[in-house]
Design a protein around this ligand. Structure first.
Ligand SMILES: Cc1ncc(COP(=O)(O)O)c(C=O)c1O
Length: 376
């Protein structure tokens, strides 16, 4: 036994170097944790840090979850049959063109398993959703980061940046955390320039609440061999806690993405809730309406406070407050959780998720108090 000991070594010394080097994604702090820290009741804290839906959960989804609570001793249907049929019908695609994930984050991970690795590269825009880069680091792919244009994707430069070893190009629209938006004609011109063997991922997590008309990327999914559209139930449908999203692409692509999928990756409750949520048009309309109202409110308040902001198409706004980390901390002490975006290379900004109108007013009142006048 003793001679097998290697006291100079520890199991963690054997963690794959690419994994050991990772700095895990820092999600928005949980409401309960902040409430405990500052000694407030959770109801007194407002969380405007993870782009969740200010109206809560789709009421039709809540009803479905109540109805199905007692089925939860059963494993889920791994193929998500009913949800698959419903999504296929809604998008007018074949059921086998859809792949489901525990949130669209898991789908991004499937893309990593399938297409990333040593000797390959991905193309991303500076300030794009950071998970793309984290996955590339984890899988050992090179990252070609293309400088942003007014905080948004420079699609022309991204197309030009594609290298012979590029396997995936990520297009996040509307983009998190900047809220920037790509117009249909920009996307169409971009798709034309990307070789057929390079996967284009359209990450459209905010599509259903987009404050600008969404490009018809489904058209490219149907016409081209290399386009994948990602959607989630986390935002517009208010189901972030359930973890469910989907991708639509050509069948040979979705079949490849299915391979790294665990048999029960999306849970039974999530599937039931998602089926019901897809019928909840009223909730979608109210969500979009509140987002529009919030955007007008924040833009006007920022102008009044002399704070620069990025015009946004999502349910959040990127505001240049100067010293974002410190401002976020000050807001946290007042029971308002927003997102500093230092890891994105935006140390002077904070990202504020749109809340209910009283929550929006609360964060602006707090900023008015906190911000030294005339600074941004
Ligand atoms: C652009 C974008 N893509 C994907 C996701 C992942 O969402 P989920 O895993 O909840 O579907 C998010 C979440 O914030 C996002 O902003």
């Amino acid at each position: 036994m003793n001679d097998k000991r290697r006291p100079d070594k520890n199991v963690v010394d054997w963690v794959e170097p690419a994994v050991a080097r990772l700095n895990p994604y820092q999600p928005g702090r949980p409401l309960e944790e902040v409430a405990r820290e500052i000694g407030l009741a959770p109801e007194q804290v407002c969380k405007l840090a993870s782009n969740e839906n200010a109206l809560g959960v789709s009421p039709l989804a809540v009803e479905a979850m109540r109805r199905h609570a007692e089925d939860m001793y059963l494993y889920p249907d791994g193929s998500a049959y009913y949800l698959r049929q419903k999504v296929a019908e809604n998008f007018q695609v074949r059921p086998e063109q859809i792949v489901f994930g525990a949130g669209s984050n898991e789908l991004l991970e499937f893309i990593g398993h399938c297409f990333m690795g040593a000797g390959r590269s991905i193309v991303v825009s500076q300030y794009a959703f950071v998970i793309y880069k984290l996955l590339a680091m984890m899988f050992g792919s090179d990252i070609v980061e293309v400088p942003a244009c007014e905080l948004g994707h420079d699609l022309g430069a991204m197309a030009a940046a594609v290298r012979p070893d590029t396997r995936v190009v990520f297009v996040c629209n509307p983009n998190n955390p900047t809220g920037t938006f790509l117009r249909p004609e920009e996307i169409a011109a971009f798709v034309e320039r990307i070789p057929d063997d390079v996967l284009i991922v359209f990450d459209e997590a905010y599509a259903e609440i987009s404050l600008e008309p969404m490009p018809d990327t489904l058209r490219f999914v149907l016409e081209r061999p290399n386009c994948l559209m990602l959607r989630t139930f986390s935002k517009a449908y208010g189901l972030a806690g359930l973890r469910i999203g989907f991708g639509i692409g050509p069948h040979n692509l979705t079949a490849a993405l299915e391979k790294p999928r665990q048999p029960f990756n999306t849970n039974r409750m999530a599937q039931e809730a998602a089926v019901a949520a897809l019928d909840d048009n009223d909730f979608l309309i109210r969500t979009r309406q509140l987002c529009l109202e919030s955007r007008d409110y924040f833009e006007e308040a920022c102008r009044e406070l002399g704070l620069a902001y990025a015009p946004t198409a999502g349910n959040f706004i990127l505001v240049r407050t100067g010293n974002g980390g410190e401002i976020a901390q000050k807001l946290t002490r007042r029971g308002i959780i927003v997102r500093p975006v230092v890891p994105y290379g935006l140390p002077d900004h904070i990202r504020i998720t749109f809340g209910t109108m009283p929550e929006n007013q609360r964060v602006i009142d707090a900023l008015r108090d906190i911000m030294p006048t005339g600074s941004n």
